[in-house]
Structures are given as C-alpha cells and as structure tokens.
Design a protein around this ligand. Structure first.
Ligand code: FE
Ligand code: FE
Ligand code: ZN
Length: 276
C-alpha cells in the first residue's frame, strides 16, 4: 500500500492533524513547524502529542514530515540571517524529539550572488552545528526548482552538501516532483533514468520522502509554481508512476498542491489508483 498524504495546517495541534489526515484517506501528512515567517513556535502540548501518537498507531499513520519555514536561508550572505536559520532549525529539531523517528525537511537556501559553492559550504556548516549523534529525526534537503540562486537545483549540489556533513546518517533528501521537473529532470518521459541518476549521485537510500505536485510551468522552467494533480505539465499518469515506482516503495508521499481538504481527498483517491 502506498503511503499518501498532504500538507496540513498545524494550528490545531497534532491530534487534529491526525484526524484530518484519516478523514481524507491519508496515512501520512506534512506540517509547518511554525508559521512560514519563522516566528516563535508555541511550546508543544505533551498531552496532544500523547493523544496523537496513540491515534496514529491505531489508525496506521506512519512517518510524518515536518517542514521548516521556507523563509529561512542557511546560505544568506548576511551572518544574522544564517544565525536565525540555525537557531530556528535547532529549536525545531529539539521539539521534534517529542515525535521521534520522523522527518524534518528544509529548503537548502539561496546563495544570492555568493555563488553555489559558497552556499553549499554554508549549508553544510549550519548542518554540522545543529545535527547531534543522539537525535531521532532525519533532516531532509529538498530538491529545488532552481529559481533565482536556489541551492539544490541539481542532485550534484545536494550531494556536495551531504559530503561535507559529518553526521551523514542524520541526513536525507526529499524529492519534490514539481521542483525536479522545473529543474530539468524529465520524470515524465524518463523516470527510470532520473532515479538511476539520483542513485548514482546521491544514493536512493537517502531519498526519504516525496512531495507530489503537478506544475504550472513547462519542463526546465525554474519557476516553482505547484499545480493540482493532473492539471499541469507533469500529469496524473506520470505522478501515479512515481507514487507506485518499486524503487520508491515505503516512502511518505505528500501533496503540496493548491487545494482545500476536499481537493486533497480527491487527489489522494486519484493517486491510490495504480498507473495503467
Ligand atoms: Fe518545500
Ligand atoms: Fe516541496
Ligand atoms: Zn515548491
């Protein structure tokens, strides 16, 4: 069985997210650790977490994905902005210990005229400061569309970050279908080749989660505009092939499409049907 879910609002806590997920046919979900502007997160409610963990167990909710605020920049040229990213991510990881064994995904960052090489070094440096041997969360670098000066536009850039991190066993990658297609990986016509390349450059064992999105823009456009499943340039059939690909079995697949809950429920239903 494929593990499918979507991005949910975390404003009403974990138990509420769990119940919402089940109500739309999901068995995983993603949530922001705090609002995207990266403001202070409220302390976790331990009773809510306990209730969630029991509910998740009973209802077959598996690994879930926390998403860092996308406004953080681990490779800004401004030391204060990097410091803010470091403090925020370290605090998120501390709170993730209440939910051991899950995933924490972040956008590597934008190097803004410093050059990709400098960006890669700064991202690795930040990770070396916040990863600890005793943590129970896997931190994921998301594959990016290559908009502006985004780092992570190629598998090579992500591999270069991972290579510089000491606690590699705490690191993985989240593959975003809209982003990789935008970045120039043809998952529509050449999925097997793209996965082969991922395996050669990064290693498929590092691929821990997938963001399932269609895209508003054609191949290699570097735009990063998500579209509803089946309404964009990737299309439903190609996305089904990804969700059901044997090399990706067991990973959580999360939708980040422009939808309300009813739309998500419908997309989850569509994607639970295997490709022809
Ligand atoms: Fe993301
Ligand atoms: Fe994404
Ligand atoms: Zn995106």
């Amino acid at each position: 069985m494929v593990r499918l879910g979507c991005h949910l609002s975390s404003s009403k806590g974990f138990l509420h997210m769990g119940k919402t997920a089940v109500s739309i046919g999901a068995d995983t979900f993603q949530f922001f650790t705090r609002n995207p502007r990266g403001s202070k997160a409220k302390e976790l409610d331990e009773k809510d977490i306990q209730a969630y963990l029991a509910y998740a167990e009973e209802n077959g909710i598996g690994t879930i994905v926390a998403h860092a605020p996308y406004t953080l920049n681990a490779c800004s040229s401004d030391e204060k902005v990097r410091e803010f990213a470091r403090l925020t991510m370290a605090d998120d990881l501390r709170r993730m210990e209440y939910l051991p064994g899950n995933l924490y995904n972040f956008h590597p960052g934008s190097h803004v005229r410093q050059g990709a090489q400098k960006g890669i070094e700064q991202i690795a440096e930040l990770l070396n400061e916040i990863l600890t041997p005793d943590m129970h969360t896997t931190v994921l670098l998301e594959t990016m569309a290559g908009k502006g000066s985004e780092v992570g536009r190629s598998f090579e850039e992500l591999a270069a970050v991972i290579e510089r991190v000491e606690l590699k066993e705490k690191l993985g990658v989240c593959l975003d279908t809209c982003h990789v297609y935008d970045a120039g990986y043809d998952i529509v016509n050449d999925l097997d080749r793209v996965l082969e390349e991922f395996d050669r450059v990064i290693g498929l064992e590092r691929l821990k989660a997938v963001h399932v999105n269609d895209t508003k823009n054609p191949f290699e456009s570097h735009k990063d505009r998500h579209e509803k499943i089946g309404e964009g340039y990737i299309g439903l059939e190609a996305l089904r092939c990804i969700v059901y690909h044997p090399l990706l079995a067991g990973r959580p697949f999360c939708l980040e499409t422009p939808n309300e809950l009813t739309g998500y429920a419908q997309e989850i239903r569509m994607l639970r049907t295997p490709p022809a």
